[in-house]
Design a protein around this ligand. Structure first.
Ligand code: UDP
Length: 236
């Protein structure tokens, strides 16, 4: 599949058209960003690691019946995906208190949650991705009630599948962000699933294996991503 017209550049990926109008090529960049793009750095090989990690997660989820935009890995940095109409709502799933939830509610990071928490954020850096509830989403016509119910159902199922898959590899799934889009009347899981969009803690040591290493200047960012990929490739 040949790269066609350059379509869009995000903080971590570039998107290109292909000769097939129903498919795009996503190219993963080495750029790491945090705090709505205020902190920015190139980390050699990060794009390759995230493309490989996301491809493995998408393939696993697809096998388990989750409809995703993933078609196939094309190269070390590129994957072929379905051309979605992205719904501009980030769906955050949380199993353990961390990050903005710890700050917002004054809770200690690492506190377990009695049940899974779902949050919605508007995808808008200029507004710092403000939190939304179901009423906002419908009133602003970001998604219909039916689409929202499907996104919630899929997000919770993805959480169960990822949690089990990672637990076998001694990784705790703390929280993560998903994006969805419309394709042929269906809702598909889009964007990426990687250490850029999830919090992964080593089950033994609690060591962070995700973008918090970059956000918090802990060092060893790509080493941690490589460790995640190594564990995902282990046959379990
Ligand atoms: N997240 C993301 N993109 C965003 C916001 C959050 O991928 O724009 C992910 C983040 O990596 C974490 C989870 O969603 O795994 C929850 O993030 P949180 O709300 O704690 O925000 P943050 O700590 O990123 O400010």
């Amino acid at each position: 599949m040949q790269k066609g017209e350059f379509l869009y550049e995000g903080k971590a990926k570039r998107v290109y058209r292909t000769e097939d109008p129903t498919c795009y090529i996503v190219e993963y960049k080495d750029t790491a960003t945090a705090f709505d793009g205020l902190k920015k750095e190139d980390l050699a090989n990060k794009g390759v690691l995230n493309n490989n990690i996301a491809a493995l997660f998408f393939a696993m989820l697809q096998n388990e019946g989750i409809p995703t935009h993933f078609v196939k890995k094309l190269s070390e940095r590129e994957m072929l995906v379905r051309a979605l109409q992205i719904i501009p709502v980030e769906v955050i799933v949380r199993n353990i208190v961390a990050g903005s939830l710890a700050k917002r509610l004054g809770l200690p990071e690492g506190a377990p949650l009695k049940s899974t928490v779902l949050e919605f954020n508007l995808k808008n850096d200029a507004l710092h991705d403000p939190m939304l509830n179901q009423y906002h989403i419908q009133a602003l016509e970001l998604a219909t009630a039916r689409e929202l119910a499907r996104m919630e159902e899929l997000a919770l199922r993805v959480n169960e599948l990822l949690r089990g898959f990672l637990e076998k590899r001694d990784i705790i799934l703390v929280d993560f962000k998903l994006e969805f889009g419309r394709f042929g009347g269906e809702i598909l899981l889009g964007d990426e699933i990687s250490p850029d969009t999830c919090r992964f803690w080593d089950a033994g040591s609690g060591e962070k294996l995700d973008k918090d290493r970059f956000r918090r200047d802990l060092g060893g960012v790509t080493d941690a991503y490589a460790e995640v990929l190594r564990r995902l490739l282990e046959v379990k």
